[in-house]
Design a protein around this ligand. Structure first.
Ligand code: NI
Length: 178
């Protein structure tokens, strides 16, 4: 198990458009396992590769609450094939925006096509919090954060708070491992 450092906004690395994966390699399977470990440890319900500094179209999601019933998704090159017209308001947070929450409106249901960890094409129809979470993580792959769905006023307020929060963090040791 390896925990990866999570990038905190504002950071230009969170604004990049990620590249599609051409082949699901052992290296990427390891990355996805480490992303899940990092997400569970945080704890969170979703994590996208750019949040750990990897500019590839990969997300991990697990919205189950009970540890004994883990149901993780590891999605490579996820694509939304269908969205419901019905919308859902949900109070969203993000591991890259610690302690910040805001209500975001998104389609209540989506059908998503992706490659699984074996490189096989899969489709899942998600609703409710799973649909919200998948859409939130997929936004990260195009450099979009949940605050980008808010008014400029609210977004700037949250990003200012995060800048202050980051200024108080201890400096990262160069060459440190783990
Ligand atoms: Ni996020």
């Amino acid at each position: 198990m390896a925990l990866l450092p999570i990038i905190v906004a504002p950071d230009p690395r969170l604004k990049l458009t990620c590249e599609p994966v051409t082949e699901v390699t052992d290296e990427l399977r390891q990355l996805m396992d480490d992303m899940l470990d990092t997400m569970y440890d945080a704890p969170g319900i979703g994590l996208a590769a750019p949040q750990v500094g990897v500019t590839k179209r990969i997300i991990v999601v697990d919205v189950t609450k009970n540890e004994d019933e883990h149901h993780p998704y590891q999605m490579v090159n996820p694509e939304i094939k269908w969205r419901s017209e019905e919308l859902l308001d949900y109070e969203e947070g993000c591991l890259s925006l610690p302690e910040q929450y805001a209500q975001v409106t998104r389609p209540e249901k989506v059908r998503v096509r992706y490659l699984d960890r074996d490189g096989n094409s899969q489709e899942v129809e998600a609703s409710d919090i799973l649909a919200t979470c998948i859409q939130h993580e997929m936004d990260h792959l195009d450099g979009v954060l949940f605050v980008d769905h808010l008014s400029k006023l609210r977004r700037d307020l949250i990003l200012r708070k995060l800048k202050k929060y980051k200024a108080q963090l201890p400096p990262v040791k160069v060459g440190a491992h783990g």
